[in-house]
Design a protein around this ligand. Structure first.
Ligand code: AMP
Ligand code: TRP
Length: 333
């Protein structure tokens, strides 16, 4: 039996190598496994949990869609759409918000991180963000949800909400309880400037990340300037955790070259960092530049992007509005 896959990416600009290796590359692999049904959503309703400039938001929705397409998500095989096109997400979020308990949401670490010290000033939307995410997943009866490690807690919440709904309304197995799909290897790509911090779109220094829209020169330059240390390249995996920058670069190489960390270490042991960085830059350019070129081409064709989202939105709407009707019936509406 194939899997029913649902995942989402926020349209907040600057998608980078971490998003590609940690998420989008898997979306493509899952799509290409026969029998899987995949739905990939640009989660624009999640984006407005923090203040957005409407013009920039619109452009970021298109850019994230272009990134999906350029990376190999095929609209003939997968449903690609943006969340705000399908009203059931907002409706479902309200209903499931009445199932979720304050105590459950109070435990969410991402809210604590994002809200920072001044929680009183965070939007209510940011607080109930994981409930909207739950609606996204449950409306499509998703069996598996590919996400990064950082989303695991939100997935557990989705499972709790689904189970409580089924129990409260005596509707066994009505809401499907989803399984997270979390990559074991290379699931966290770190900043090129600080191996203890995640590569992130919000980091001030552009040198800390490879953006999926970078040119060849930018990629080569960023890898040349990536932080390393004064020791030689390692001969084995021992103590590598004490050299986070080196571990990260070896991990990026391994992931893009589809080989184990051990094999990469063997390939480069005894060589110097400049040799390794040159090979790494070649590999990143080989894998990322075609995507970057395609994104930049697609960005000039808004009508095409919008038509993909609209068609995907229609398909998604059929599935989600049917589910919301069933939910309403169960509730007594
Ligand atoms: P975000 O950009 O935070 O909305 O994340 C979109 C997807 O990319 C999620 O599945 C994240 O877990 C994944 N992701 C984001 N940053 C990284 C990173 N540095 N390494 C690996 N995966 C990441
Ligand atoms: N919260 C996810 C993130 O920041 C994005 C997301 C929204 C999502 N809805 C989803 C991921 C549903 C998986 C399934 O990465």
């Amino acid at each position: 039996m194939g899997k029913k896959i649902f995942s989402g990416v926020q349209p907040t600009g600057n998608l980078h190598l971490g998003n590609y290796i940690g998420a989008i590359k898997n979306f493509v692999d899952l799509q290409n496994e026969k029998e899987n049904e995949c739905i990939y959503c640009v989660v624009d309703l999640h984006a407005i949990t923090v203040k957005q400039d409407p013009k920039i938001l619109k452009s970021n929705i298109r850019e994230t869609t272009a990134t999906f397409l350029a990376s190999g998500i095929d609209p003939n095989k997968s449903i690609i759409f943006n969340q705000s096109l399908v009203p059931a997400h907002s409706e479902g979020s309200w209903i499931l918000g009445c199932i979720a308990r304050m105590g459950w949401l109070n435990r969410m670490t991402q809210f604590k991180e994002k809200a920072g010290k001044d929680k009183e000033k965070a939007s209510v939307g940011l607080y109930i963000y994981p409930v909207l995410m739950t609606a996204d997943i449950l409306l499509y009866d998703a069996s598996h949800v590919p996400v990064g490690e950082d989303q695991k807690q939100h997935l557990e919440l989705s499972r709790d909400i689904a189970q409580k709904f089924n129990l409260d309304f005596n509707a066994p197995n009505f809401l499907r309880v989803p399984e997270p799909l979390i990559q074991k290897n290379f699931s966290r790509i770190m900043s090129l400037k600080d191996g203890t911090k995640k590569m992130s779109k919000s980091e001030a220094s552009d040198l800390s990340r490879i953006n999926l829209t970078d040119s060849k020169d930018q990629i080569v330059n960023k890898i040349r300037k990536a932080k390393t240390d004064t020791y030689p390249l390692p001969v084995d995996e021992k103590n590598l955790d004490q050299r986070p920058e080196v571990e990260n670069l070896l991990g990026i190489y391994s992931s893009l070259n589809k080989q184990s960390l051990k094999d990469t270490i063997n390939d480069f042991s005894g060589k110097n960092f400049s040799d390794f960085k040159e090979k790494l830059a070649d590999l990143v350019v080989e894998k990322i530049l075609p995507i970057s070129n395609e994104i930049n081409k697609l960005k000039k064709n808004n009508d095409y992007i919008d038509s993909i989202l609209e068609k995907g939105g229609e398909k998604a709407n059929k599935i989600a509005s049917r589910k919301i009707l069933e939910i309403k019936k169960i509730l007594g509406f």
